[in-house]
Design a protein around this ligand. Structure first.
Ligand SMILES: [Zn+2]
Ligand SMILES: [Zn+2]
Length: 498
């Protein structure tokens, strides 16, 4: 019975045999096989058939971190409460743990996002009262009610996305059949297997169901449960901003039209009270003009930036392929081309119909389809097509990585002043962490820039707790580690990080 090469965090050995991981073309026959055949639907997909495996000497099957208890493995996924999307959102805001969730607000992202909403909404309402007094005409009333409506809807979806959250893989989760563990990666932090489509988020410190990305603006991940509310927020915010921009422009135009004159070298604005009948309730002075102009800039900027994010998210939803999965698919193509294995990788979750993909996220109940752990797959794929590809990529990365040893201490600061000017100024512009190094530390580097490298510290003892330390470090703090003749075979990937 063939087995899959598995690499787990902190462990060495996978792919330590060196050389191409999947040589000999046909060894990894194309993964997709029978399995699926219409496994779409709520019924759990049949277990994947025995898998084709990379053939270099295989490590022993990795031990389960804990014996699969029948209850844990018996399909006792923490199913989410059913109920209206609205109720779920309200419960999330005021229910137990509200304090903890409210902490999500204490971050620069929500502070800036809510400030933008507040400035644009308040200015638009004040301007609307000036330009189109809502109590005089039906048009004015409709305009004002619409403005209020945008604000309420935007805030509702914003807070839903933030407080309902993406949904996390239950701690200690294992697949229903314990033998399926071999197709999944294991998360040491959550002490659980990573369900298909889930990824561990360092910011949330949990494995997130169908993770797309961690969004700083909602200070939470965008994933399975909040994908719809997040996308609605991205749709409503630009629409509200377009309406508000129209009001800002009309207000400034009507208030200033007869009172602004341009000379050869000066602009003269008459800020005396408008001689209108009825007199405006709010006088349009210089500060009101400045506020409207500022809000207009803010609204137009938001329309463009958030509108682009909306387009990206719609693409994710219609193809049922998250940003992370697009990246995995790209790497799958690279890997197959590199090793000339002749496989074809078929992304398993795109149901082939935009409407079907759309309906997985947007439902009348407001609750997305499924439970976030089992996913319908297209014909020719099985439930673990993607996770198996991830395992192959992980093993491949190990093979292509190079060992380095720290020759200097490094404190882990973003811009170290003692490591040279070039290192200081070329620090990677990413939120990825830096790792502190002590002289003698061993690091497995996987990629690099001219003056920086990214890799994982090799943990020597179990006392390290098995927590992986990955991040960037200055290139001039390390040198290539030459001594390990057993594992340091010529590595193909070296050229990648040279
Ligand atoms: Zn995790
Ligand atoms: Zn997150």
């Amino acid at each position: 019975m063939p087995r899959l090469v598995t690499c787990r965090g902190g462990e060495r050995g996978c792919g330590a045999t060196g050389g191409p991981l999947f040589p000999g073309g046909g060894r990894i026959a194309s993964g997709p096989r029978a399995g699926g055949g219409g496994s779409a639907g709520p019924a759990p997909a049949p277990s994947p058939p025995p898998l084709p495996l990379p053939s270099p000497p295989l490590p022993a099957p990795f031990p389960l971190p804990f014996p699969p208890s029948p209850s844990a493995a018996g399909g006792s996924h923490a199913r989410r409460r059913r109920g209206g999307g609205g109720r779920a959102a309200v419960a999330a805001m005021v229910g137990p743990g509200a304090l903890q969730r409210a902490r999500r607000l204490c971050h620069w992202g929500p502070a800036v996002a809510l400030a933008v909403v507040a400035v644009c909404s308040a200015t638009a309402m004040a301007d609307a009262a000036l330009w189109y007094w809502p109590l005089d005409t039906a048009g004015g009333s409709v305009n004002f009610v619409m403005l209020l409506n945008w604000t309420v809807m935007i805030l509702y979806n914003y807070f839903s996305a933030m407080f309902v959250g993406p949904g996390y893989v239950p701690l200690g989760w294992t697949p229903e059949k314990s033998q399926d563990c071999m197709y999944l990666q294991y998360c040491k932090v959550c002490q659980s297997y990573k369900a298909p489509r889930s990824h561990h988020c360092r910011k949330c410190n949990r494995c997130v169901m169908k993770m797309d990305h961690h969004c700083p603006w909602i200070n939470n991940c965008c994933g399975y449960q909040n994908h719809a509310s997040f996308t609605l927020f991205l749709l409503l915010a630009p629409l509200g901003c377009i309406h508000a921009s129209f009001i800002f422009i009309m207000t400034m135009y009507t208030q200033l039209y007869n009172r602004i004159s341009f000379g050869w070298s000066s602009v003269k604005i008459d800020m005396s009270a408008a001689k209108r009948d009825p007199r405006p309730i709010i006088p349009f002075g210089l500060s009101a003009f400045a506020a409207s102009l500022f809000a207009l800039g803010l609204a137009l900027g938001t329309t463009i930036a958030v509108g682009m994010l909306f387009i990206i998210q719609m693409k994710v939803i219609l193809t049922n392929k998250t940003s992370i999965e697009s990246w995995i698919e790209e790497k799958a193509k690279d890997r197959i081309q590199y090793y000339q294995t002749g496989e074809t990788f078929i992304f398993p979750y795109d149901m082939g119909s935009k409407w079907k993909n759309f309906r997985q996220v947007f439902t009348w109940s407001g609750i997305p389809e499924g439970d976030g752990l089992d996913w319908p797959v297209r014909d020719g794929c099985h439930q673990y097509s993607l996770t198996i590809e991830q395992l192959k990529q992980k093993a491949d990365k190990r093979v292509r990585s190079v060992r380095y040893r720290a020759i200097e201490d490094y404190s882990g600061v973003c811009c170290p002043v003692t490591k040279g000017v070039k290192t200081f100024f070329t620090t990677p512009c990413t939120e990825e962490p830096r790792i502190a190094l002590s002289k003698g530390d061993l690091i497995l580097a996987t990629r690099g820039l001219k003056h920086w490298m990214y890799g994982e510290k090799i943990l020597i003892s179990a006392a390290d707790g098995g927590i992986r330390e990955r991040g960037w470090f200055p290139r001039n703090c390390v040198e290539k580690y030459q001594h390990d003749s057993e594992t340091d075979q010529p590595v193909d990937g070296e050229k990648k990080i040279k």
